[in-house]
Ligand binder design. Sequence first.
Ligand SMILES: [Cu+2]
Length: 188
Amino acid sequence: MKNLLRSSIPLSNQGNAFQLLLPTRRNVFMLIAAAALSGLASPVALAHSSSLSFDNAWIRASAPGQKNGAAYVQITNSGSHDMQLAGASSDRTERIELHTIDRTSGVARMKEVETINIPSNKKVALEPGGYHLMMINIKEPFKEGETVPLTLQFKDAEPVTVDFEVKPITFQPNESGPHGHGSGHGHH
Ligand SMILES: [Cu+2]
């Protein structure tokens, strides 16, 4: 670039003043353009929640006096970036934690995790025995048949509100039935 600009300056004295000014202006413009491009680089790299889809979002109806409850959903990421589920909220509960089931001690224990990775072109099932949304201090019991919106937050992407269906208190997901793509493993 420098060589090109230099060689474009004519040797004639008449043209010098004007021609010398032009490359300077061009240099300034190039700097501004470069700054604008580097500013654009990070938003372009951001993942978009629109690449996510949600299936089988459900909550079991609350038992009398039940304080906490779990919410389950299958999340499919059809985008080219991995997505990180980073939290959830609802006005029906004090707070929602992301939990997994830890079996390393031989006993199944719930353990809080910071994020749940939803890899590019994969489906991740939040389901009984695995990842779940742990609703802490339910304000009003979940009644069978109602729909409860939960807002799911993702790292570096817009939050998504998903409607969760409240299933009967005895509901068990059908383990022997047909599974969606990628959700057939992880059962015990
Ligand atoms: Cu839990």
